[in-house]
Design a protein around this ligand. Structure first.
Ligand SMILES: O=C(O)[C@H](O)[C@H](O)COP(=O)(O)O
Ligand SMILES: [Mg+2]
Length: 292
C-alpha cells in the first residue's frame, strides 16, 4: 500500500498521539554531517514534553555511543548515552553475547574509532592494519595473517586501502570458519546536499571476490531491534521507526512490526519512493515538520 503523506496539522497531531516511542535514524533525518535540519531540535523537545520516548538508531559505525553523545551535545540536541544505538554497538554486542567470541581470539577490524571503542567496551580483542600502503604486487608476501584472528568486522573507513582489504580477504579466504561480519550495508550516505559511497560500497569490494556475504548487524537486520525491545520493553504497535533510507530504516521497522515514517531530507527522493516495493506507512518532508 502506498505511503500516506503527513502534511495537515490534524493528521500530524493524530499520528504523534498514536506513538509512544520514536526510533530516530540520524544521518539524513537529524542531520547531514554537522548540519542539523531546520526544526529538529524543536520537534525533539516537543515530543519529549508530550512524554514520548526518543531513541537514536544509526547505521553509522564511525562513532561509539559515547562519541555520538558528544556530537549531540555539540549540536545542542538533548540525548543520553542509553538512548543511542549505533551499528558498532550492535556488532560488539553480537560478537560478545551471541557469538560468545573466545577470549583468546581477535577480531580483524576495518573501520574507525566507533568500532574499536565499542569492541573494547565489550572486552573483545581486536587488531587493525597500520594504514601504510603497499607499493608493488611483489610485496604481497609481507602480509602475515595473525593466528589469533577468528572474525573479520568491516565498518565504514574513510582511510580504507588495498592492504586492509587484502588482509581481510586473506583471513576469510583461508578459513571458511572465520566469521565475516559487517556493521551495516548502506550503499550511500547523505552529506552536503548529495550522497557518497557508504559502507555497503566498501563491503562489495570484499564480498564479491570472496563470493561470500557477511552477517550484517545494522538496519534492516533485527539484532539491534531485539536489543532495544528487550532493554525498553517497547509496545511495537506504538513504536515508530523514522528514517531516510527505504532498504534499511523502513525495512527495519516493517520487519520489526513497527510503524514507519520516511523523511525526505536524506537519500530517498519522491520518485524513488513512488517506484519502491518498500513502502513506509507515512512520509513527511522533514522531521522538523512533525510538530504536534
Ligand atoms: O554508509 C554508512 O555507513 C551509512 O550510510 C550511514 O552512516 C547511515 O547512517 P544512518 O542513516 O543509519 O544514521
Ligand atoms: Mg539515514
Amino acid at each position: 500500500m502506498a505511503a500516506t503523506l503527513l502534511k495537515e496539522q490534524k493528521d500530524i497531531s493524530a499520528f504523534v498521539d498514536s506513538i509512544d516511542t520514536f526510533l530516530l535514524d540520524c544521518d539524513g533525518v537529524i542531520w547531514a554531517a554537522n548540519h542539523v535540519f531546520d526544526g529538529v531540535q524543536t520537534v525533539l523537545d516537543l515530543l519529549r514534553s508530550k512524554g514520548k520516548r526518543i531513541l537514536f538508531v544509526t547505521n553509522n559505525s564511525t562513532k561509539s555511543r559515547k562519541s555520538y553523545l558528544k556530537k549531540f551535545q555539540s549540536l545542542d540536541i538533548h540525548a543520553s548515552a542509553e538512548e543511542i544505538f549505533g551499528s558498532s554497538y550492535a556488532a560488539a554486542y553480537y560478537i560478545a553475547n551471541v557469538l560468545k567470541f573466545p577470549k583468546d581470539k581477535s577480531v580483524y577490524v576495518i573501520g574507525m574509532a566507533g568500532v574499536r571503542e565499542e569492541l573494547e567496551s565489550e572486552g573483545i580483542s581486536h587488531i587493525e592494519d597500520d594504514g601504510t600502503n603497499l607499493h608493488a604486487m611483489d610485496e604481497m608476501a609481507t602480509i602475515k595473517p595473525d593466528p589469533r584472528v577468528g572474525a573479520v568486522l568491516l565498518g565504514f573507513d574513510l582511510n580504507i586501502n588495498y592492504k586492509k582489504y587484502a588482509k581481510a580477504f586473506t583471513y576469510l579466504h583461508a578459513d571458511k570458519n572465520c566469521h565475516f561480519l559487517a556493521t551495516n550495508s548502506d550503499l550511500t550516505f547523505p552529506a552536503g546536499g548529495t550522497v557518497y559511497p557508504g559502507t555497503g560500497a566498501l563491503l562489495a569490494a570484499l564480498s564479491a571476490p570472496l563470493d561470500r556475504e557477511p552477517v550484517v548487524l545494522g538496519k534492516p537486520h533485527q539484532p539491534m531491534l531485539d536489543v532495544i525491545i528487550a532493554k525498553y520493553h517497547l509496545d511495537k504497535a506504538r513504536t515508530c521507526m523514522v528514517g531516510d533510507r527505504l532498504d534499511t530504516d523502513i525495512e527495519f521497522g516493517k520487519t520489526g512490526g513497527l510503524k514507519t515514517l520516511l523523511v525526505m531530507t536524506g537519500v530517498t527522493t519522491e520518485e524513488a519512493l513512488k517506484k519502491s516495493s518498500i513502502q513506509p506507512d507515512y512520509y513527511i518532508a522533514s522531521l522538523g515538520n512533525l510538530q504536534p
